[in-house]
Design a protein around this ligand. Structure first.
Ligand code: TXA
Ligand code: MG
Length: 323
């Protein structure tokens, strides 16, 4: 299959309407979309990404009113979150409308819904005229793509089209909040912080413990980005002893900065989150043998950033013990 590159949202939407797969930019990361109402198109997403079938997809809408076509009903907490954060880097999990094929929700009777805050994404979704089921547009186990070249590196020849936009602004995926229970629960930290959520729905909780996370959030069951190169988390770059063929990302300048094959010095946590996944990919390309990442405070966006750093570092540890 030849993968078409286009900057025209109407062309990418036409691919969706005829049952194909189109990658598209959002404010978080690039997504790999299919018509959510077309079961065979949805199945092709899982095949292209080599994604486990028990990991449900987020349904993207181009207008707030479209949420009603995907959800069976909208709990009041979800209603408040939609009012304050749509469009934006937030996914709400609510009871699933019957028109949604179960392949897209991995057999669950709930559905994740999100409206991206990105003009090109919204033009594309509105032109598609249907909810678009879309995971991040990477091969399973790779870092989420934050620019269209990363999508092409992972999926060229496996999907119909890539809608080319600029590099994504947020850089980590959306926050996922389950609104089905009495108390809404954050299943995945992301672009909207817990502090922001609590400003609107004060009773919101973080998912309690690993077992509960595994039960309620199928995505956390799977191996996340686990680089072949060891990822080491540090508090201060002065801790780094051997810099040979290592890569570094953080807020504090390492000494000497030119001792690393890749150095990504970030002025603040927002830019750290924006650059992290591209940094991982570049470190691999440049042949780094070890990746050092500076820890950050878990306040605000720092919680999502630390979640992704911890998963990358844990992936390293588990792949070592498997060998
Ligand atoms: O920012 C994002 O969320 C990006 C862009 C493309 O929108 N999408 C994304 O999709 O990160 P993906 O498939 O890589 O991650 C979706 C996460 C997974 O952890 C999945 O388990 C969870 O959302 N999820 C989706 N539907 C769910 C549901 N019904 N119940 C619980 N968790 C759900
Ligand atoms: Mg993903």
């Amino acid at each position: 299959m030849k993968t078409e590159l286009t900057t025209d949202p109407e062309r990418a939407a036409a691919v969706i309407r005829r049952g194909g797969l189109a990658a598209f930019p959002t404010e978080t990361v690039y997504g790999l979309g299919a018509n959510a109402l077309d079961e065979s198109a949805v199945r092709r997403i899982f095949a292209a990404k080599q994604r486990p079938a028990d990991n449900p997809l987020i349904h993207h809408v181009g207008a707030v009113e479209e949420v009603r076509t995907v959800a069976k009903h909208i709990p009041s907490s979800a209603h408040s979150l939609i009012t304050h954060f749509f469009p934006g880097p937030l996914t709400i999990v609510v009871p699933r409308a019957e028109c949604i094929p179960t392949a897209a929700t991995a057999g669950l009777d709930t559905v994740g819904i999100r409206m991206p805050d990105h003009p090109l994404a919204l033009s594309f979704l509105q032109a598609a005229g249907c909810p678009v089921a879309a995971p991040s547009a990477n091969r399973s186990g790779r870092p989420s793509p934050t620019d269209w070249r990363a999508v092409r590196d992972d999926l060229d020849g496996r999907i119909d089209c890539i809608l080319q936009g600029t590099a994504t602004r947020v850089g980590v995926e959306s926050t996922v909040v389950d609104c089905c229970g009495e108390v809404p629960v954050v299943l995945r930290a992301g672009g909207i912080s817990l502090e922001q959520l609590r400003g609107v729905v004060p009773e919101i909780q973080l998912v309690a413990g690993r077992d509960e996370a595994l039960r309620r959030s199928p995505g956390t069951r799977h191996r996340h980005y686990a680089p072949t190169i060891p990822v080491v988390l540090i508090d201060d770059p002065a801790e780094i002893q051997v810099a040979g063929e290592a890569a570094y990302i953080g807020l504090t300048r390492p000494q000497p900065a030119d001792a690393f094959v890749v150095t990504c010095l970030c002025p603040d946590v927002t830019l750290y989150a924006r650059r992290l996944f591209a940094f991982f990919r570049e470190s691999e390309r440049r042949g780094a043998r070890r990746i050092y990442c500076q820890r950050v405070d878990e306040a605000g966006l720092g919680a999502a950033l630390m979640d992704r750093l911890a998963r990358a570092a844990a992936g390293t540890a588990s792949s070592k013990s498997e060998r």
